[in-house]
Design a protein around this ligand. Sequence first.
Ligand SMILES: [Mg+2]
Length: 271
Amino acid sequence: MAETPRPTHPLSVAEAWSVTADRAADTTFFFDFDGVLSPVTDDPEASQPVAAVPGVLEQLAASVRRVAIVSARPVSFLRSRFASLERVDLYGLYGLEVWHEGEVVTEPAALPWIPAMADLTERARAELPDAVLVEFKRLSVALHWRTAPQLAPVVERWGHEQAERLGLKIQGGRMVVELKPPVDQDKGMVITEGVRDAGCAWYFGDDMSDIKAFDALRAREAVDPAFFGVAVAVANPETGADVSNAADLTLESPDAVTAFLTDGLRRIQAQ
Ligand SMILES: [Mg+2]
């Protein structure tokens, strides 16, 4: 049977699934975690994937070439939430960590920064107001103001000062600012590498750092007219329309993502 021709953007959901079903063996699905597979919570340690997500991802992984989660969380956190998944690959800390064959592989260039990140965590806890939640992630430090939105300017100013003082990179997100080592790695680079030999790829994201992943799909389409990329935004009140505007499709919530995948899986399996 001839392959369905690649539709041009913007595309319908039916078209996207139809092309994907034709190329299932050559398709990779990438997912952000927070706000995509899991509702965002005040305490980042408390967040859990939507109940049906692990089962859906494992089935999807059995039906397509590869499924991967690409998150700002450490791999250790992702493992704690997806311990039962055997087929799903995990990229932590924007790809500075990868879960591969049963162990965490860390980008060597980032390792020397662990002591500086530990020091920065202590300094943040001492200098920032108590309502700011300081999350130590080994290779990065996240400063959350979700429970005290009025502190946004204070946290952002402090973060930029520290980034400048220590030569760190800074990544803004949903009510969070994150300080990272000056090592070239982001979600866009993970996707660029991950789609190098794929015929089709989907990326689901909800935050500013996910736009780089969408861009990586577009860049791949530009150099390979046969490649089919689908960028899916998950709506939220905090990133405004920026993420949706960069995407092909927008879903309303992590629950909607789960329902969408369940439907898509049925279409792939029916092909
Ligand atoms: Mg997210």
